[in-house]
Design a protein around this ligand. Structure first.
Ligand SMILES: Cc1cc2nc3c(=O)[nH]c(=O)nc-3n(C[C@H](O)[C@H](O)[C@H](O)COP(=O)(O)O)c2cc1C
Length: 323
């Protein structure tokens, strides 16, 4: 299946694995790229330019296909060495960067002068238009269903994607709630050129996370996510667990006076404990509503092949005979 995104990124299938903290390591990124999609290493999990460089070099030993790096720009008192991370990305000849969070404008000239394509992840049409204005090559449109940070507008993909299609000239992929071949066909119908998956890729054989995390995703339904940190205007969709319950109680108690310091125990430094040690109730961790569509633990190749087969069957079968 050829789309503007497969051509832009030089990949076989229009399927991207979104950056994921403590999940997007070389092993997963390489598995996705080897299966014909675009795997992405998450730079901030590595933290320093030196560690990112090592992870990129490891990924190159696992695949000879293109893979990308996610750069998430968060407000921080002690920001990571973004300039150093960008230098490594360019120096290692990475061809795609997924940016997220704050406006990536400052880094575009250096990346694009070095032939790096930039896909900015956005949760609203206005942010997608801004990304287009500043010269991003594509955007990833992340609907309210998504795992992670859905923004504050709460617009689900059935509205957000066609709105993006009506406004944007650059290609975009649909992100949030994408699980299978049905998702891909629907995303294409709504104007996207491909799909970006987060949560679904965690429930795969190759995802480098503790089995307890995969078991929690298999057990979860579409009803098992919560929105936390809304009063801080930093909303995150997380798996509903004991820590999410504690955090929401604090939010109810403290109301508008809540500060980040009040919720440190539920959010700070929890990813290694959850993803690597399997302590899934230790803190809050991103998870999409798509958990309700996850019932198996396939290999990455098996998952991507099945998505493509199902999509092609729907297009050539049911859609053809009903039109
Ligand atoms: C555990 C987890 C960690 C994530 N970490 C990041 C991150 O560090 N940076 C980022 O841009 N997006 C992050 N995301 C968001 C994903 O890249 C993707 O946009 C989102 O998961 C799509 O929604 P879905 O989970 O419904 O597929 C994360 C998502 C999950 C589930």
């Amino acid at each position: 299946m050829e789309t503007k995104i497969t051509k832009l990124l030089n990949i076989k299938h229009p399927i991207i694995q979104g950056g994921m903290h403590y999940v997007g390591f070389a092993d997963l990124a390489a598995a996705v790229s080897n299966a014909g999609g675009l795997g992405i290493i998450t730079a901030l999990t590595q933290g320093t330019p030196e560690k990112l460089e090592k992870e990129i070099i490891k990924c190159k030993t696992l695949t000879n296909k293109p893979f990308g790096v996610n750069l998430t720009f968060l407000p921080s008192l002690s920001p990571p060495d973004y300039a150093g991370l960008v230098d490594v990305i360019v120096g290692q000849g990475i061809s795609v960067v997924e940016t997220a969070g704050n406006n990536p404008q400052k880094w575009l000239p250096k990346l694009q002068e070095n032939n790096v394509k930039v896909i900015h992840k956005c949760t609203s049409v206005r942010h997608a238009l801004k990304a287009q204005d500043i010269g991003c090559n594509a955007v990833s449109v992340d609907g309210f269903e998504c795992g992670g940070h859905p923004g504050e507008d709460d617009i689900p993909n059935f509205i957000l994607l066609p709105r993006a299609a009506d406004e944007l000239a650059i290609p975009f992929v649909a992100s949030g709630g994408m699980a299978d071949g049905r998702s891909l066909v629907a995303a294409l119908a709504l104007g996207a050129e491909g799909i970006n998956l987060g949560t679904r890729f965690i429930a795969t054989q190759e995802a480098p996370v503790h089995d307890n995390v995969k078991k929690a995703l298999l057990a979860a339904t579409e009803l098992d996510t919560k929105l936390v940190m809304r009063p801080l205007r930093n909303t995150e969709r997380v798996l509903s667990n004991a820590a999410a319950g504690r955090l929401l109680e604090k939010e109810a108690e403290l109301g508008e006076n809540i500060k980040f310091e009040d919720i440190m125990s539920e959010v700070a430094g929890v990813y290694p404990k959850v993803m690597q040690e399997g302590q899934v109730d230790e803190g809050v961790w991103s998870c999409g509503m798509v958990a309700g569509l996850i019932n198996d633990l396939p290999t990455v190749q098996g998952l991507i092949d099945k998505i493509m087969q199902q999509a092609e069957l729907i297009i050539a079968g049911r859609l053809k005979t009903t039109s």
